[in-house]
Design a protein around this ligand. Structure first.
Ligand code: CO
Length: 134
């Protein structure tokens, strides 16, 4: 079902500082910031040869990142994103196996304009997992 690691997402308390850190200290290629109102986040991507790092910052009062940053004031790893070929087929297989999907079970448009779903961390070793159809 899952294939490549698409990205690792890091929640950050200061997005500009995180961009500067990755671009100027670590010498990485970092994208422009983009607001994703459907997900309550502003993101910037660090483009590495073999994967990406998604820098996540809260957007709006009900952002899902706010509670994470309240518990982890200096930021931290928030989720892993794995690629799948067919997100609806993957969803149905996971539901059949008793796995829980966050929200409505319907894919939303993700940061790359592709459909995504989030899986319940309690079903996956305490890790929030995003699936992205590529
Ligand atoms: Co993500």
């Amino acid at each position: 079902m899952i294939s490549k690691l698409n990205h690792v997402a890091i929640a950050v308390p200061d997005l500009d500082a995180a961009i500067t850190l990755y671009r100027d200290v670590l010498g990485a290629d970092v994208s422009k910031k983009a607001d994703l109102p459907d997900h309550g986040v502003t993101v910037a991507f660090v483009n590495l040869d073999n994967t990406k790092i998604e820098l996540l910052y809260p957007l709006g009062e009900s952002s899902p990142i706010i509670s994470y940053l309240t518990k982890n004031a200096s930021g931290g790893i928030h989720h892993l994103c794995y690629e799948v070929e067919d997100i609806l087929k993957s969803r149905d297989q996971l539901l059949e196996k008793g796995m829980r999907i966050l929200g409505s079970n319907e894919p939303k448009e993700g940061a790359h304009g592709k459909p995504v779903l989030f899986l319940h961390p309690k079903d996956f070793c305490g890790t929030l997992i995003e699936l992205e159809q590529v």
